[in-house]
Design a protein around this ligand. Structure first.
Ligand code: GLU
Length: 289
């Protein structure tokens, strides 16, 4: 039988809600049905928004749901040096550049020429440029903060020269019904920030790195992350990492059709289990009974 390893990778920025329950139970059931494994990973690189109490609540809620996972749990904030190494690899390949601009600089630039930056999955598709060496040296000498942006078109050219056109397999369904072999179009991100000024990494870099490190064969997650897969596929190619299969699933919504959000207290697992809900009741609520 082929190996099947999937993961649930929450960010501890709030309590888990029914949408998370649906996602983790779907991943758990998929692994169980083929004798595979479910791994739990804590994606907490954003040190200002992530809280230890929410991380603790994740363990408690998942255990209450009856889930088990293989330890030790990988907590991304313990592994920044790994992401720095991955960034160095991108630097060695010449596919990232320093961006010293502030949010305001970028917003002003986009306002002056909006047609150059159509909307992408994370906002306008901003494309910056590498500074001349002497400009960069003087900003670095001043201690000016900077992020690293991916030069998407260069990275794509290099990746496709070696491995041919980039694609991934969608075994689930994307937000527009995407299924099957999907051509990757990372250019929808413009030149995204791949290492932030504050954390030195990004969700994209850390997540792609860890998926490979942990041998993830199947990524099961909400369709809101489908667009990110285009970028992840490119990062896998330039970092020489394997590409898992993807199974995006629809997002759970409330009676009014709105997505559940962490700030909506009524549908948190915590609130439901402190009421008279049971794990079986949660399964029924998310349609996995
Ligand atoms: N940490 C992300 C979140 O909580 C999930 C990332 C992923 O599944 O790739 O939304």
């Amino acid at each position: 039988m082929s190996v099947f390893i999937t993961r649930f990778a929450p960010s501890p920025t709030g309590l888990l809600h029914l949408g998370h329950a649906y996602s983790v139970l779907t991943a758990h059931d998929a692994a169980l049905s083929v004798g595979g494994k479910l791994i739990l990973r804590i994606e907490d690189i954003d040190r200002t928004r992530c809280k230890a109490t929410f991380e603790q609540a994740i363990y408690e809620d998942l255990a209450w749901l009856g889930l088990t996972w293989e330890g030790p749990v990988r907590r991304q904030s313990d592994h920044f040096e790994d992401y720095t190494k991955a960034l160095e690899k991108l630097r060695d390949k010449g596919v990232v550049y320093r961006c010293f601009k502030t949010r305001k600089d970028i917003a002003d630039e986009i306002a002056r020429a909006p047609h150059l930056s159509p909307d992408g999955p994370e906002g306008p598709q901003y494309i910056g440029k590498m500074l001349a060496a002497h400009e960069e040296r003087s900003l670095l000498a001043e201690g000016a903060p900077f992020a690293w942006r991916l030069d998407t078109s260069r990275a794509t050219r290099i990746a496709e020269k070696i491995g041919g056109p980039l694609a991934f397999t969608e075994e689930g369904v994307g937000p527009k019904g995407e299924h099957g072999q999907i051509s990757a179009t990372p250019e929808i991100f413009g030149d995204p920030v791949i290492a932030r000024k504050d954390s030195g990494t990004s969700y994209h870099l850390a997540s792609v790195f860890d998926d490979a490190l942990q041998g993830i064969t199947h990524i099961i997650r909400g369709e809101d992350l489908f667009p990110a897969t285009h970028l992840h596929r490119l990062l896998q190619a330039v970092l020489d990492l394997p590409t898992p299969a993807y199974r995006h699933h629809p997002l759970m919504t409330d009676e009014t059709g709105k997505r559940f959000a962490k700030r909506n207290q009524a549908v948190t697992i915590r609130a439901l289990r402190e009421g008279d809900e049971t794990p079986a009741g949660i399964r029924r609520r998310v349609g996995l009974a």
